[in-house]
Design a binder for this molecule. Structure first.
Ligand code: HEC
Ligand code: HEC
Length: 318
């Protein structure tokens, strides 16, 4: 009789050990992520800054991971990004924003001013002041922050969130968006649903646009050459918050949206001389590119009204 208790007890211990093995030992011994470009080996100065980040408890309010569903937080993180992060500073709560991609977003001096008095840089901020840090500590902390996400590679200068890229990949086989048949089907849907705002040629000058503060997009701008199929799909599906562009995902089917993508891609994207607009992320900081950009816009507006039919880059339009 007694021996049965031992057998049962043995089983309990065995199950316990199996669980430990499967959840800890196995992953630790088989999971070998490869370092990604975002994995950063810290210099002693950056490491000192990292320790200040840890000491001051920045991770209580700031996370360092971008998940699948975190729109606008930048590229989704990968396991390999954390190759040299020991101990990790992932954090769990977002009282402040995620800092995975903060590197390069602001100048060093901005960070210092912000740490000394957050409200000076962000009115109404509830981030505490770290003005008691010495100049040396401040330098180190900022050096660390500037490494965060600095090596992360973006899939393109305009790119939809990962969630949308995956959704698009899952449905793209339904419709060949490069076929003229699909584009023709899209043209019909466009004329019925979109032309009133975007105009029959997609110039953003449909009749309703006259009454609109934020003008519909002009799809013939060279800017849209950067759009991937998934990007078009995303913008059509989810609309543009803060404008009258509807979320077509709520009223159109997936196939219909794919037909629209096929059609939008066929619109000529050269309504403006080449070189006059920012085409790549590198140009964003280039004063000459910006200058040409604004000068050209200015000239075109003088001669022919707003060539865009959209207020992007223009502040107040028309
Ligand atoms: C009590 C919570 C809290 C703590 C602790 C905290 N922060 Fe913040 N942080 C915030 C909030 C809230 C914001 C958003 C408002 C703002 O930008 O000031 C923010 C914003 C930031 C930003 C700007 C982010 C952006 O994208 O604009 C940076 C950089 C930053 N914090 C760094 C730090 C560092 C470094 C520490 C530690 C020395 C720290 N924070 C500690 C709450 C906190
Ligand atoms: C009620 C007017 C209206 C209708 C109808 C409308 N749009 Fe829009 N659309 C807009 C406005 C306004 C914007 C925002 C332009 C901006 O952000 O500057 C916009 C933006 C867009 C964008 C995003 C462009 C970008 O810069 O990423 C796409 C794509 C688009 N519309 C496609 C469509 C399609 C396809 C339809 C029809 C199924 C449609 N729109 C119907 C008003 C409209």
């Amino acid at each position: 009789m007694r021996i049965n208790y031992f057998v049962a007890g043995g089983f309990v211990v065995l199950i316990f050990l199996v669980i430990i093995f499967v959840t800890t030992v196995l992953p630790a011994s088989t999971f070998r992520p490869v370092p990604t470009p975002a994995a950063h080996q810290y210099t002693p100065k950056e490491l000192a800054g990292r320790n200040i980040y840890r000491r001051e408890g920045c991770f209580y309010c700031h996370t360092q991971f971008v998940r699948y569903q975190d729109r606008g937080g930048g590229e989704m993180v990968l396991a390999g990004d954390y190759m040299f992060e020991t101990p990790h500073l992932l954090g769990t709560e977002r009282t402040g924003p995620d800092l995975s991609n903060i590197g390069g977003k602001y100048a060093d001096e901005w960070h210092k001013a912000h740490h000394r008095n957050p409200r000076k840089m962000k009115p109404g901020s509830i981030m505490p002041s770290f003005s008691y840090l010495s100049d040396k500590e401040m330098d180190e902390l900022v050096a660390y922050l500037q490494t965060l996400g600095a090596g992360r590679k973006l899939p393109g200068w305009v790119a939809p969130p990962q969630e949308m890229r995956d959704e698009y990949d899952a449905i793209k086989s339904h419709v060949n968006v490069n076929s003229s048949a699909a584009a023709n089907a899209g043209r019909g849907i466009f004329m019925q649903n979109c032309a009133a705002c975007h105009g029959i040629r997609g110039l953003g000058n449909g009749p309703i646009s006259l009454t609109m503060e934020k003008k519909p997009a002009n799809f013939t701008r060279p800017f849209y050459k950067n759009y991937s199929d998934a990007m078009w799909y995303w913008r059509v599906k989810e609309g543009v918050p803060g404008t009258r562009m509807p979320r077509w995902g709520q009223s159109l089917g997936k196939e219909q949206m794919l037909y629209l993508v096929a059609f939008l891609k066929t619109l000529p994207q050269d309504s403006q001389p080449a070189g006059a607009e920012i085409h790549s992320i590198e140009q964003v900081d280039d004063p000459f590119a910006l200058d040409t950009n604004f000068k050209t816009i200015d000239n075109m507006m003088k001669t022919s009204g707003n060539p865009y039919g959209t207020s992007r880059n223009l502040g107040e339009s028309r």
